[in-house]
Design a protein around this ligand. Sequence first.
Ligand code: NOJ
Length: 566
Amino acid sequence: MTHDLVNQPEITANGFTRQWWKEAVVYQIYPRSFMDSNGDGMGDLNGIAGKLDYIKDLGVEIIWLSPHFDSPNADNGYDIRDYEKVMAEFGTMADFDALLAGVKARGMRLIIDLVVNHTSDEHRWFTESRRSKDNPYRDYYTWRRPAADGGPPNDWTSFFSQRAWTLDDATGEYYLHLFARKQPDLNWENPKVRDEVWQLMRFWLDKGVDGFRMDVIPLISKDQSFPNMPGSYLDKPSYYYANGPRMHKYIQEMHTKVLSHYDVMTVGEAVGTTLEQTALLVDERRNELNMVFQFDIVQLDRDSQGHWHSWKLPELKSIFSQHAAALDRHCWSTVFITNHDTPRSVSRYGDDDPAWRVRSAKVLQTMLLTQRGTPFIYQGDELGMTNFAFERVSQFDDIAVRNAWEGQLRAGRNDEASFVANLNKTSRDHSRTPMQWTEGTAGGFTTGSPWLAGNPNAGQINAAAALADPDSVYYYVRALIALRRAHPALIYGDYADLAPDDLRLFVYTRTLGDETLLIALNFSRDVVDFAVPGGKGEVLMASAATPVQVGQILSLPGWSAHIIRL
Ligand code: NOJ
Protein backbone atom coordinates (compact mmCIF):
# COMPACT_ATOMS: atom_id res chain seq x y z
CA MET A 1 0.00 0.00 0.00
CA THR A 2 1.34 3.46 -0.85
CA HIS A 3 0.09 6.71 0.57
CA ASP A 4 -0.45 8.75 -2.54
CA LEU A 5 -0.05 12.44 -1.79
CA VAL A 6 -3.21 13.38 -3.67
CA ASN A 7 -5.39 11.96 -0.92
CA GLN A 8 -3.47 13.33 2.04
CA PRO A 9 -4.96 15.92 4.42
CA GLU A 10 -3.62 19.50 4.37
CA ILE A 11 -1.92 19.02 7.75
CA THR A 12 0.15 15.88 8.16
CA ALA A 13 -0.25 13.48 11.08
CA ASN A 14 2.75 15.11 12.78
CA GLY A 15 1.60 18.67 12.22
CA PHE A 16 3.33 19.93 9.06
CA THR A 17 1.39 22.17 6.71
CA ARG A 18 1.52 20.56 3.27
CA GLN A 19 3.03 22.75 0.53
CA TRP A 20 4.01 22.03 -3.08
CA TRP A 21 7.51 23.29 -2.40
CA LYS A 22 7.98 20.80 0.42
CA GLU A 23 6.91 17.87 -1.74
CA ALA A 24 8.82 18.75 -4.91
CA VAL A 25 12.38 17.88 -5.87
CA VAL A 26 14.50 20.71 -7.30
CA TYR A 27 17.12 20.46 -10.05
CA GLN A 28 19.76 23.20 -10.15
CA ILE A 29 21.05 24.43 -13.50
CA TYR A 30 24.24 26.47 -13.81
CA PRO A 31 23.42 27.83 -17.27
CA ARG A 32 26.99 28.53 -18.31
CA SER A 33 27.84 24.83 -18.02
CA PHE A 34 24.62 23.03 -18.91
CA MET A 35 24.16 22.98 -22.71
CA ASP A 36 25.44 25.19 -25.50
CA SER A 37 23.04 25.53 -28.44
CA ASN A 38 25.05 27.90 -30.66
CA GLY A 39 28.61 26.63 -30.53
CA ASP A 40 30.15 29.59 -28.70
CA GLY A 41 31.44 27.31 -25.93
CA MET A 42 29.05 28.63 -23.31
CA GLY A 43 25.77 27.14 -22.16
CA ASP A 44 22.63 29.11 -22.96
CA LEU A 45 18.87 29.25 -22.47
CA ASN A 46 18.03 27.50 -25.74
CA GLY A 47 20.41 24.73 -24.71
CA ILE A 48 18.40 24.27 -21.51
CA ALA A 49 15.11 24.38 -23.41
CA GLY A 50 16.31 21.46 -25.53
CA LYS A 51 16.95 19.36 -22.42
CA LEU A 52 13.69 19.91 -20.56
CA ASP A 53 12.43 16.43 -21.32
CA TYR A 54 15.61 14.96 -19.85
CA ILE A 55 14.92 16.87 -16.61
CA LYS A 56 11.20 16.15 -16.60
CA ASP A 57 11.82 12.42 -17.12
CA LEU A 58 13.92 12.37 -13.97
CA GLY A 59 10.76 13.25 -12.06
CA VAL A 60 11.91 16.69 -10.97
CA GLU A 61 9.19 19.32 -10.46
CA ILE A 62 11.16 22.54 -9.97
CA ILE A 63 14.18 23.96 -11.79
CA TRP A 64 16.44 26.53 -10.13
CA LEU A 65 18.34 28.57 -12.67
CA SER A 66 21.54 30.24 -11.47
CA PRO A 67 21.79 33.88 -12.66
CA HIS A 68 20.79 34.49 -16.26
CA PHE A 69 20.91 38.31 -16.12
CA ASP A 70 23.06 40.80 -18.00
CA SER A 71 26.48 40.70 -16.37
CA PRO A 72 30.14 41.42 -17.10
CA ASN A 73 30.80 38.03 -15.45
CA ALA A 74 33.39 38.96 -12.87
CA ASP A 75 31.73 36.20 -10.80
CA ASN A 76 29.89 34.30 -13.55
CA GLY A 77 26.65 36.21 -13.37
CA TYR A 78 26.58 36.82 -9.62
CA ASP A 79 27.50 40.41 -10.54
CA ILE A 80 24.43 41.82 -12.26
CA ARG A 81 24.56 44.82 -14.58
CA ASP A 82 20.88 44.90 -15.48
CA TYR A 83 18.26 42.89 -13.59
CA GLU A 84 15.68 43.11 -16.35
CA LYS A 85 17.87 41.97 -19.21
CA VAL A 86 19.13 38.50 -20.16
CA MET A 87 22.88 37.89 -20.37
CA ALA A 88 23.71 38.18 -24.09
CA GLU A 89 25.81 35.00 -24.00
CA PHE A 90 22.75 33.10 -22.72
CA GLY A 91 20.25 34.49 -25.26
CA THR A 92 17.41 36.98 -25.31
CA MET A 93 14.31 37.74 -23.28
CA ALA A 94 12.32 35.90 -25.94
CA ASP A 95 14.49 32.84 -25.27
CA PHE A 96 13.78 33.17 -21.56
CA ASP A 97 10.04 33.43 -22.18
CA ALA A 98 10.19 30.34 -24.38
CA LEU A 99 12.14 28.44 -21.74
CA LEU A 100 9.62 29.40 -19.05
CA ALA A 101 6.75 28.35 -21.31
CA GLY A 102 8.50 25.03 -21.96
CA VAL A 103 8.92 24.43 -18.23
CA LYS A 104 5.25 25.20 -17.55
CA ALA A 105 4.06 23.11 -20.50
CA ARG A 106 5.72 20.13 -18.84
CA GLY A 107 4.02 20.80 -15.51
CA MET A 108 7.23 21.99 -13.87
CA ARG A 109 8.10 25.28 -12.18
CA LEU A 110 11.05 27.62 -12.49
CA ILE A 111 12.75 29.58 -9.74
CA ILE A 112 15.47 32.11 -10.50
CA ASP A 113 18.37 33.62 -8.58
CA LEU A 114 17.82 36.87 -6.72
CA VAL A 115 21.22 38.51 -6.24
CA VAL A 116 20.54 41.73 -4.35
CA ASN A 117 23.16 42.01 -1.64
CA HIS A 118 25.33 43.51 -4.37
CA THR A 119 25.25 44.49 -8.04
CA SER A 120 27.97 44.73 -10.64
CA ASP A 121 30.06 47.91 -10.56
CA GLU A 122 28.82 48.27 -14.14
CA HIS A 123 25.19 48.55 -13.03
CA ARG A 124 23.85 52.01 -13.84
CA TRP A 125 23.07 52.63 -10.16
CA PHE A 126 26.75 52.25 -9.35
CA THR A 127 28.17 54.13 -12.31
CA GLU A 128 25.94 57.02 -11.21
CA SER A 129 26.70 56.51 -7.53
CA ARG A 130 30.45 56.79 -7.95
CA ARG A 131 30.16 59.96 -10.05
CA SER A 132 29.81 62.47 -7.19
CA LYS A 133 28.87 62.67 -3.54
CA ASP A 134 25.62 64.45 -4.34
CA ASN A 135 24.50 62.10 -7.11
CA PRO A 136 20.92 60.88 -6.49
CA TYR A 137 22.24 57.29 -6.55
CA ARG A 138 25.07 57.95 -4.07
CA ASP A 139 23.18 56.32 -1.19
CA TYR A 140 22.31 53.24 -3.20
CA TYR A 141 25.68 51.92 -1.99
CA THR A 142 27.78 52.28 1.15
CA TRP A 143 30.42 54.99 0.91
CA ARG A 144 32.67 56.00 3.79
CA ARG A 145 35.55 58.40 4.26
CA PRO A 146 39.02 56.89 4.67
CA ALA A 147 40.25 56.15 8.19
CA ALA A 148 42.60 58.71 9.78
CA ASP A 149 45.62 57.00 8.19
CA GLY A 150 43.98 57.11 4.75
CA GLY A 151 43.27 53.37 4.83
CA PRO A 152 39.89 51.62 4.65
CA PRO A 153 37.15 52.63 7.14
CA ASN A 154 37.43 49.32 9.02
CA ASP A 155 39.20 45.97 8.88
CA TRP A 156 36.54 43.93 7.10
CA THR A 157 37.72 41.45 4.50
CA SER A 158 35.83 40.22 1.46
CA PHE A 159 34.88 36.61 0.77
CA PHE A 160 37.23 36.69 -2.19
CA SER A 161 40.50 37.32 -0.31
CA GLN A 162 40.62 41.10 -0.53
CA ARG A 163 39.81 44.03 1.72
CA ALA A 164 36.06 44.68 1.72
CA TRP A 165 36.59 48.35 0.84
CA THR A 166 37.94 49.92 -2.34
CA LEU A 167 38.98 53.56 -2.63
CA ASP A 168 37.34 55.34 -5.52
CA ASP A 169 39.50 58.15 -6.83
CA ALA A 170 36.64 60.24 -8.23
CA THR A 171 35.34 61.19 -4.77
CA GLY A 172 38.13 60.02 -2.47
CA GLU A 173 35.79 57.70 -0.54
CA TYR A 174 35.73 53.94 -0.06
CA TYR A 175 32.82 51.72 -1.14
CA LEU A 176 31.93 48.45 0.56
CA HIS A 177 32.01 45.10 -1.23
CA LEU A 178 31.77 41.87 0.72
CA PHE A 179 32.68 39.99 -2.48
CA ALA A 180 34.89 41.18 -5.39
CA ARG A 181 35.68 44.84 -6.12
CA LYS A 182 33.33 44.55 -9.05
CA GLN A 183 30.46 43.58 -6.71
CA PRO A 184 29.61 46.69 -4.63
CA ASP A 185 27.12 46.04 -1.81
CA LEU A 186 23.74 47.73 -2.08
CA ASN A 187 22.72 49.94 0.81
CA TRP A 188 19.49 48.38 2.10
CA GLU A 189 19.10 51.19 4.64
CA ASN A 190 17.94 53.32 1.73
CA PRO A 191 14.19 52.75 1.16
CA LYS A 192 14.65 53.57 -2.54
CA VAL A 193 16.98 50.57 -2.87
CA ARG A 194 14.41 48.31 -1.29
CA ASP A 195 11.72 49.63 -3.63
CA GLU A 196 13.98 48.93 -6.61
CA VAL A 197 14.40 45.36 -5.37
CA TRP A 198 10.66 44.85 -4.90
CA GLN A 199 10.15 46.20 -8.42
CA LEU A 200 12.63 43.84 -10.06
CA MET A 201 11.15 40.90 -8.16
CA ARG A 202 7.69 41.80 -9.45
CA PHE A 203 9.08 42.09 -12.98
CA TRP A 204 10.05 38.40 -12.96
CA LEU A 205 7.10 37.16 -10.90
CA ASP A 206 4.70 38.83 -13.31
CA LYS A 207 6.33 36.87 -16.09
CA GLY A 208 5.37 33.73 -14.20
CA VAL A 209 8.50 32.57 -12.42
CA ASP A 210 7.70 30.53 -9.33
CA GLY A 211 10.08 32.00 -6.80
CA PHE A 212 13.62 32.83 -5.92
CA ARG A 213 16.80 31.39 -4.56
CA MET A 214 18.18 34.37 -2.66
CA ASP A 215 21.91 34.85 -2.87
CA VAL A 216 23.67 35.58 0.48
CA ILE A 217 20.45 37.12 1.77
CA PRO A 218 21.57 37.25 5.45
CA LEU A 219 24.18 39.87 4.47
CA ILE A 220 21.75 42.61 3.44
CA SER A 221 21.69 44.50 6.75
CA LYS A 222 24.94 45.90 8.16
CA ASP A 223 25.75 47.59 11.46
CA GLN A 224 25.82 51.19 10.26
CA SER A 225 28.57 52.17 12.69
CA PHE A 226 30.85 49.80 10.72
CA PRO A 227 32.99 48.73 13.67
CA ASN A 228 36.13 46.64 13.30
CA MET A 229 35.50 42.92 13.50
CA PRO A 230 35.73 41.55 17.06
CA GLY A 231 38.68 39.16 17.44
CA SER A 232 36.36 36.25 18.18
CA TYR A 233 35.05 36.42 14.60
CA LEU A 234 38.40 36.61 12.81
CA ASP A 235 38.26 32.95 11.77
CA LYS A 236 34.56 33.07 10.84
CA PRO A 237 33.86 36.54 9.43
CA SER A 238 30.68 35.47 7.63
CA TYR A 239 29.02 34.97 11.03
CA TYR A 240 29.86 38.56 11.86
CA TYR A 241 28.56 40.05 8.61
CA ALA A 242 25.36 37.99 8.46
CA ASN A 243 22.11 38.47 10.36
CA GLY A 244 22.59 42.22 10.81
CA PRO A 245 20.31 44.45 12.88
CA ARG A 246 17.51 44.95 10.33
CA MET A 247 17.72 41.76 8.30
CA HIS A 248 14.44 40.28 9.57
CA LYS A 249 12.66 43.61 9.11
CA TYR A 250 13.77 43.83 5.47
CA ILE A 251 12.81 40.25 4.69
CA GLN A 252 9.40 40.74 6.30
CA GLU A 253 8.94 43.90 4.27
CA MET A 254 9.80 41.90 1.15
CA HIS A 255 7.17 39.38 2.16
CA THR A 256 4.47 41.98 2.74
CA LYS A 257 5.21 44.06 -0.33
CA VAL A 258 5.97 41.29 -2.83
CA LEU A 259 5.95 37.63 -1.87
CA SER A 260 2.56 37.53 -0.15
CA HIS A 261 0.93 38.53 -3.45
CA TYR A 262 2.11 35.43 -5.33
CA ASP A 263 2.11 31.64 -4.83
CA VAL A 264 5.87 31.26 -4.86
CA MET A 265 8.71 29.50 -3.16
CA THR A 266 11.73 31.14 -1.52
CA VAL A 267 15.02 29.62 -0.50
CA GLY A 268 17.66 31.79 1.12
CA GLU A 269 21.35 31.09 0.94
CA ALA A 270 22.04 31.20 4.68
CA VAL A 271 25.68 32.21 4.71
CA GLY A 272 26.97 32.92 8.24
CA THR A 273 23.79 31.69 9.89
CA THR A 274 23.60 29.44 12.95
CA LEU A 275 20.86 26.86 13.40
CA GLU A 276 19.15 29.05 16.04
CA GLN A 277 19.12 31.92 13.56
CA THR A 278 17.83 29.62 10.83
CA ALA A 279 14.66 28.89 12.74
CA LEU A 280 13.91 32.63 12.84
CA LEU A 281 14.27 32.89 9.07
CA VAL A 282 12.06 29.96 8.15
CA ASP A 283 9.41 29.72 10.88
CA GLU A 284 6.21 30.00 8.83
CA ARG A 285 4.55 32.15 11.50
CA ARG A 286 7.12 34.92 10.91
CA ASN A 287 6.47 35.44 7.18
CA GLU A 288 10.07 35.46 6.01
CA LEU A 289 11.48 32.62 3.87
CA ASN A 290 10.20 29.12 3.13
CA MET A 291 13.57 27.48 3.62
CA VAL A 292 17.30 28.16 3.52
CA PHE A 293 20.48 26.43 2.48
CA GLN A 294 22.58 25.64 5.53
CA PHE A 295 26.28 25.08 4.94
CA ASP A 296 27.23 22.57 7.62
CA ILE A 297 27.35 19.62 5.24
CA VAL A 298 29.27 21.29 2.45
CA GLN A 299 31.73 22.74 4.96
CA LEU A 300 32.23 19.45 6.76
CA ASP A 301 35.73 18.98 5.30
CA ARG A 302 36.95 22.61 5.62
CA ASP A 303 38.79 24.57 8.24
CA SER A 304 38.14 28.28 8.72
CA GLN A 305 40.76 29.11 6.08
CA GLY A 306 39.02 26.92 3.50
CA HIS A 307 41.63 24.17 3.72
CA TRP A 308 40.52 20.60 3.33
CA HIS A 309 40.65 18.10 6.19
CA SER A 310 39.40 14.55 6.53
CA TRP A 311 36.09 13.81 8.22
CA LYS A 312 34.24 10.88 9.71
CA LEU A 313 30.72 9.66 9.09
CA PRO A 314 29.38 10.41 12.62
CA GLU A 315 30.14 14.10 11.99
CA LEU A 316 27.94 14.09 8.90
CA LYS A 317 25.19 12.25 10.73
CA SER A 318 25.21 14.63 13.65
CA ILE A 319 24.50 17.54 11.30
CA PHE A 320 21.25 15.92 10.16
CA SER A 321 20.27 15.15 13.76
CA GLN A 322 20.97 18.70 14.87
CA HIS A 323 18.84 20.06 12.04
CA ALA A 324 15.97 17.74 12.86
CA ALA A 325 16.13 18.83 16.50
CA ALA A 326 16.41 22.55 15.79
CA LEU A 327 13.65 22.86 13.20
CA ASP A 328 10.15 21.97 14.37
CA ARG A 329 6.93 21.50 12.40
CA HIS A 330 6.68 25.26 11.76
CA CYS A 331 10.01 25.27 9.94
CA TRP A 332 11.22 23.72 6.72
CA SER A 333 14.68 23.06 5.34
CA THR A 334 16.64 21.95 2.30
CA VAL A 335 19.01 19.11 1.58
CA PHE A 336 21.87 19.53 -0.89
CA ILE A 337 25.29 17.96 -1.27
CA THR A 338 26.54 19.69 -4.43
CA ASN A 339 25.95 23.12 -5.90
CA HIS A 340 27.88 25.48 -8.16
CA ASP A 341 30.06 26.51 -5.20
CA THR A 342 31.21 23.03 -4.16
CA PRO A 343 33.17 20.07 -5.47
CA ARG A 344 31.21 17.04 -6.73
CA SER A 345 29.46 15.01 -4.04
CA VAL A 346 30.61 11.61 -5.28
CA SER A 347 34.27 12.67 -5.08
CA ARG A 348 33.73 14.14 -1.65
CA TYR A 349 31.33 12.02 0.41
CA GLY A 350 31.33 8.97 -1.85
CA ASP A 351 34.05 6.96 -3.57
CA ASP A 352 34.90 8.06 -7.12
CA ASP A 353 37.13 5.07 -7.84
CA PRO A 354 35.60 3.62 -11.06
CA ALA A 355 34.72 0.40 -9.22
CA TRP A 356 32.61 2.25 -6.62
CA ARG A 357 31.53 5.47 -8.27
CA VAL A 358 28.05 4.44 -9.39
CA ARG A 359 27.32 2.55 -6.19
CA SER A 360 28.41 5.37 -3.94
CA ALA A 361 26.56 7.98 -6.02
CA LYS A 362 23.39 5.95 -5.45
CA VAL A 363 24.01 5.93 -1.70
CA LEU A 364 24.42 9.71 -1.70
CA GLN A 365 21.33 10.31 -3.79
CA THR A 366 19.36 8.07 -1.43
CA MET A 367 20.49 10.20 1.49
CA LEU A 368 19.63 13.39 -0.40
CA LEU A 369 16.14 12.22 -1.28
CA THR A 370 15.14 10.63 2.04
CA GLN A 371 16.20 13.27 4.55
CA ARG A 372 13.83 15.91 5.86
CA GLY A 373 13.81 19.02 3.65
CA THR A 374 13.33 19.86 0.00
CA PRO A 375 16.06 18.05 -1.97
CA PHE A 376 18.16 19.97 -4.51
CA ILE A 377 19.91 17.85 -7.14
CA TYR A 378 22.77 19.64 -8.88
CA GLN A 379 23.16 19.11 -12.64
CA GLY A 380 25.30 16.08 -13.38
CA ASP A 381 24.98 14.52 -9.92
CA GLU A 382 22.24 12.34 -11.42
CA LEU A 383 25.03 10.90 -13.59
CA GLY A 384 27.57 10.61 -10.78
CA MET A 385 29.84 13.23 -12.37
CA THR A 386 33.18 13.57 -10.57
CA ASN A 387 35.78 16.18 -9.68
CA PHE A 388 38.28 17.33 -12.31
CA ALA A 389 41.98 16.64 -11.75
CA PHE A 390 43.44 20.15 -11.93
CA GLU A 391 47.21 20.45 -12.33
CA ARG A 392 47.86 24.19 -12.65
CA VAL A 393 46.40 27.43 -11.33
CA SER A 394 45.89 28.63 -14.90
CA GLN A 395 43.25 25.91 -15.44
CA PHE A 396 40.86 27.54 -12.98
CA ASP A 397 38.33 30.17 -13.97
CA ASP A 398 36.93 31.02 -10.51
CA ILE A 399 37.63 34.56 -9.25
CA ALA A 400 37.94 33.15 -5.73
CA VAL A 401 40.89 31.04 -6.90
CA ARG A 402 42.53 33.78 -8.93
CA ASN A 403 42.31 36.27 -6.07
CA ALA A 404 43.57 33.74 -3.53
CA TRP A 405 46.55 32.88 -5.73
CA GLU A 406 47.42 36.56 -6.22
CA GLY A 407 47.29 36.93 -2.44
CA GLN A 408 49.65 33.97 -2.04
CA LEU A 409 52.11 35.45 -4.51
CA ARG A 410 51.98 38.85 -2.80
CA ALA A 411 52.77 37.10 0.48
CA GLY A 412 55.79 35.48 -1.17
CA ARG A 413 54.29 31.98 -1.27
CA ASN A 414 54.46 30.36 -4.67
CA ASP A 415 54.03 26.66 -3.98
CA GLU A 416 51.62 26.00 -6.82
CA ALA A 417 51.54 22.23 -6.27
CA SER A 418 50.23 22.42 -2.71
CA PHE A 419 47.85 25.28 -3.61
CA VAL A 420 46.38 23.17 -6.42
CA ALA A 421 46.31 20.04 -4.24
CA ASN A 422 44.00 21.81 -1.80
CA LEU A 423 41.84 23.10 -4.65
CA ASN A 424 41.51 19.60 -6.01
CA LYS A 425 39.55 18.90 -2.83
CA THR A 426 37.76 22.22 -2.44
CA SER A 427 37.38 24.24 -5.66
CA ARG A 428 34.07 25.52 -6.96
CA ASP A 429 35.21 24.81 -10.52
CA HIS A 430 34.75 21.04 -10.04
CA SER A 431 31.00 21.46 -10.32
CA ARG A 432 31.27 24.05 -13.08
CA THR A 433 32.94 21.83 -15.67
CA PRO A 434 30.54 21.30 -18.57
CA MET A 435 27.70 18.82 -18.29
CA GLN A 436 28.61 15.50 -19.90
CA TRP A 437 25.91 14.62 -22.41
CA THR A 438 27.66 12.18 -24.74
CA GLU A 439 31.00 10.48 -25.19
CA GLY A 440 31.69 12.79 -28.16
CA THR A 441 33.87 15.88 -28.40
CA ALA A 442 33.52 18.21 -25.41
CA GLY A 443 31.13 15.66 -23.91
CA GLY A 444 28.44 16.82 -26.32
CA PHE A 445 28.16 20.11 -24.39
CA THR A 446 29.28 22.31 -27.28
CA THR A 447 30.41 22.07 -30.86
CA GLY A 448 32.89 24.85 -30.06
CA SER A 449 35.57 25.22 -27.47
CA PRO A 450 34.13 25.03 -23.92
CA TRP A 451 34.68 28.03 -21.62
CA LEU A 452 36.03 25.64 -18.95
CA ALA A 453 37.66 22.36 -19.89
CA GLY A 454 35.42 19.33 -19.64
CA ASN A 455 36.27 16.31 -17.55
CA PRO A 456 38.17 13.74 -19.65
CA ASN A 457 36.02 11.00 -18.14
CA ALA A 458 33.06 12.06 -20.34
CA GLY A 459 33.79 8.96 -22.44
CA GLN A 460 32.56 6.81 -19.54
CA ILE A 461 30.30 9.19 -17.62
CA ASN A 462 27.65 10.85 -19.77
CA ALA A 463 23.89 11.18 -20.06
CA ALA A 464 23.57 9.09 -23.23
CA ALA A 465 25.31 6.16 -21.53
CA ALA A 466 23.16 6.59 -18.41
CA LEU A 467 19.95 6.61 -20.42
CA ALA A 468 21.01 3.38 -22.14
CA ASP A 469 21.80 1.58 -18.88
CA PRO A 470 18.92 0.47 -16.65
CA ASP A 471 21.31 0.32 -13.68
CA SER A 472 22.49 3.90 -14.05
CA VAL A 473 22.44 6.53 -11.35
CA TYR A 474 19.93 8.47 -13.48
CA TYR A 475 17.30 5.70 -13.39
CA TYR A 476 17.98 5.05 -9.74
CA VAL A 477 17.35 8.73 -8.92
CA ARG A 478 14.16 8.60 -10.98
CA ALA A 479 12.93 5.59 -8.99
CA LEU A 480 13.84 7.30 -5.73
CA ILE A 481 11.90 10.44 -6.63
CA ALA A 482 8.87 8.30 -7.45
CA LEU A 483 9.23 6.42 -4.15
CA ARG A 484 9.47 9.71 -2.25
CA ARG A 485 6.25 10.89 -3.86
CA ALA A 486 4.47 7.64 -2.98
CA HIS A 487 5.55 7.71 0.67
CA PRO A 488 4.84 10.98 2.48
CA ALA A 489 6.87 9.60 5.41
CA LEU A 490 9.94 10.31 3.26
CA ILE A 491 8.88 13.94 2.97
CA TYR A 492 7.25 14.83 6.28
CA GLY A 493 8.20 11.95 8.53
CA ASP A 494 9.90 12.38 11.90
CA TYR A 495 13.58 11.60 11.87
CA ALA A 496 15.63 9.28 14.10
CA ASP A 497 19.26 8.22 13.66
CA LEU A 498 19.57 4.61 14.82
CA ALA A 499 23.36 4.32 14.85
CA PRO A 500 24.90 7.79 15.31
CA ASP A 501 28.37 6.51 16.21
CA ASP A 502 28.77 3.88 13.50
CA LEU A 503 31.74 4.74 11.27
CA ARG A 504 30.43 2.97 8.17
CA LEU A 505 26.64 2.81 8.37
CA PHE A 506 24.15 5.65 8.26
CA VAL A 507 20.83 4.13 9.37
CA TYR A 508 17.77 6.21 10.13
CA THR A 509 14.01 6.08 10.18
CA ARG A 510 11.33 8.39 8.86
CA THR A 511 7.96 7.95 10.54
CA LEU A 512 4.61 9.44 9.64
CA GLY A 513 1.39 8.13 11.15
CA ASP A 514 1.49 4.36 10.98
CA GLU A 515 4.30 4.13 8.46
CA THR A 516 7.98 3.82 9.41
CA LEU A 517 10.64 3.53 6.73
CA LEU A 518 14.17 2.49 7.56
CA ILE A 519 16.95 3.86 5.37
CA ALA A 520 20.19 1.86 5.62
CA LEU A 521 23.21 3.35 3.87
CA ASN A 522 26.58 1.67 3.81
CA PHE A 523 29.24 4.38 3.40
CA SER A 524 32.12 1.94 2.97
CA ARG A 525 33.48 -0.76 0.67
CA ASP A 526 32.97 -3.42 3.35
CA VAL A 527 29.99 -5.70 3.84
CA VAL A 528 28.53 -4.55 7.15
CA ASP A 529 25.94 -6.33 9.29
CA PHE A 530 23.03 -4.50 10.80
CA ALA A 531 20.28 -5.73 13.13
CA VAL A 532 16.86 -4.64 11.86
CA PRO A 533 14.72 -3.35 14.71
CA GLY A 534 11.82 -5.74 15.25
CA GLY A 535 13.56 -8.32 13.09
CA LYS A 536 11.59 -7.93 9.89
CA GLY A 537 10.79 -5.51 7.15
CA GLU A 538 9.90 -5.24 3.49
CA VAL A 539 12.64 -3.96 1.19
CA LEU A 540 11.08 -1.20 -0.95
CA MET A 541 14.25 -0.25 -2.73
CA ALA A 542 17.75 -1.68 -2.99
CA SER A 543 20.61 0.01 -4.81
CA ALA A 544 22.69 -3.15 -4.94
CA ALA A 545 21.62 -6.79 -4.58
CA THR A 546 18.96 -7.26 -1.92
CA PRO A 547 20.86 -7.86 1.30
CA VAL A 548 21.00 -11.30 2.83
CA GLN A 549 18.94 -11.40 6.01
CA VAL A 550 19.54 -14.13 8.56
CA GLY A 551 17.24 -13.72 11.52
CA GLN A 552 17.40 -10.11 12.51
CA ILE A 553 20.76 -9.51 10.84
CA LEU A 554 21.01 -7.80 7.44
CA SER A 555 24.33 -8.00 5.62
CA LEU A 556 24.65 -4.75 3.71
CA PRO A 557 26.94 -4.88 0.65
CA GLY A 558 29.68 -2.22 0.31
CA TRP A 559 28.36 1.19 -0.80
CA SER A 560 24.72 0.14 -0.83
CA ALA A 561 21.43 1.79 0.03
CA HIS A 562 18.26 0.09 1.19
CA ILE A 563 14.87 1.47 2.03
CA ILE A 564 12.89 -0.92 4.17
CA ARG A 565 9.34 -0.61 5.47
CA LEU A 566 9.24 -1.78 9.08
C1 NOJ B 1 26.91 32.92 -3.47
C2 NOJ B 1 26.91 32.33 -4.83
O1 NOJ B 1 26.39 31.02 -4.76
C3 NOJ B 1 28.33 32.38 -5.32
O2 NOJ B 1 28.50 31.67 -6.51
C4 NOJ B 1 28.71 33.82 -5.47
O3 NOJ B 1 30.08 33.91 -5.78
C5 NOJ B 1 28.46 34.63 -4.20
N1 NOJ B 1 27.22 34.30 -3.57
C6 NOJ B 1 28.44 36.10 -4.49
O4 NOJ B 1 27.26 36.44 -5.16
